[in-house]
Design a protein around this ligand. Structure first.
Ligand code: AHM
Ligand code: MG
Length: 338
């Protein structure tokens, strides 16, 4: 079978895509390189303690870094040099990351969660990098501002994730469907393995951290009870699957169907909130979900329509198969009327 590399695929689809530009191809190329370096680190994670005898310095004389720190530094280091970005934002950095004066700047903005689910690394469970790409809105001869970054999800030029699992995958969309590529380590290339991914209309899986049940409001409890009960459209309980790595949970549901939920909870009674970040987690995955025929809401609003107020804004998230997400929307709407 003829194998299509990710670069080839981007070039083939360039004419159709709003992301079409040489700059976009460069951006993706460098992002992929960063992800390959992170994947190498993730694969060696179990060895780092062994290799770094003191826990500080490894046999190459390098500082042993925590992997999420390594992922963040790798992305910033690689991507500030591409010449196509004017700013970045990372889950790990409080503020906007500006491109230093010594590097060329471009039109694009990259927002990322460098290593999502990083608490899972020590137990050898899948983690991932989530990314979102926007174009700046202010004139290119002016300083980039926070307003350039605080754009609605609908304005994303492209979004996706790398999943560091039993194999490393890239799943992304530039508004022309969702495509999955698997890294062939023998040649170091991402090859098209999942063209035009479509999420099933309805799934058989619900994914939620149910231990927060007592911190949820009544409508949320009813929604979760709906999926685990028998009085739903399946007429049977959905299976519960929760890895605790958003990328891994999302990826499984994207391919097989189902719904991932991280509702608002009252763990801090004075400040009920969701956990996941709108800009570097919810929005990029919402873009992918919708492009695959699925849906993503915060319970009430479409995730992609939410205007971010700040960089690290958190949001409740219900994402996955369209019909399953619609049930959530209807049940919350009903609860607001009662
Ligand atoms: P992180 O970005 O600090 O890794 O947190 C996000 C992760 C998600 O990957 C996952 O879905 C969620 O946190 C799990 O949270 P919880 O342990 O509360 O269920
Ligand atoms: Mg995360």
């Amino acid at each position: 079978m003829r194998q299509v590399t990710v670069t080839e695929h981007v070039l083939l689809h360039q004419t159709k895509s709003p992301a079409a530009s040489g700059q976009f191809t460069t951006l993706l190329y460098d992002l992929i390189l960063a992800a390959k370096i992170i994947a190498r680190g993730v694969n060696k994670a179990g060895l780092l303690d062994i290799l770094g005898a003191t826990g500080e310095i490894n046999v190459q004389g390098e500082q042993v870094q925590k992997l999420d720190e390594l992922a963040n530094r790798t992305l910033i280091h690689r991507m500030e040099r591409t010449g196509v970005l004017c700013a970045m934002a990372s889950e790990e950095n409080a503020d906007l990351i500006r491109i230093p004066d010594k590097f060329k700047r471009g039109e694009y903005i990259l927002i990322f969660d460098p290593l999502d689910g990083s608490s899972n690394i020590d137990v050898n469970i899948n983690v991932g990098t989530i990314f979102s790409i926007h174009k700046r809105i202010s004139p290119s001869d002016e300083d980039v501002t926070l307003a350039d970054v605080l754009q609605r999800g609908t304005e994303q030029v492209a979004a996706g994730y790398f999943l560091y699992g039993s194999s490393t995958m890239l799943v992304y969309s530039s508004g022309q469907g969702v495509h999955g590529f698997t890294l062939d380590p023998s040649v170091g290339e991402f090859l098209l393995s999942h063209p035009d991914i479509r999420i099933p209309e309805r799934g058989k899986v619900y994914s939620v951290n149910e231990s927060y049940y007592h911190y949820w409001d009544e409508p949320t409890r009813r929604i979760v009870n709906h999926f685990k009960g028998t009085d739903n459209d399946r007429g049977a309980p959905y299976s519960l699957r929760y890895v605790g790595s958003l990328v891994a949970d999302f990826h499984r549901n994207l391919l097989n169907g189902g719904i991932f939920m991280y509702p608002m909870d009252y763990r801090i009674p004075s400040k009920p909130q969701g956990k996941l970040r709108l800009m570097c987690e919810a929005s990029p995955l919402a873009f992918v979900a919708e492009q695959a025929g699925g849906a993503a809401i915060d319970g009430n609003r479409r995730i992609l329509d939410i205007q971010p107020g700040e960089l690290h804004e958190r949001v409740p998230l219900f994402i996955g198969s369209a019909k399953d997400v619609a049930v959530v929307s209807e049940m919350y709407a009903q609860a607001r009327q009662d």
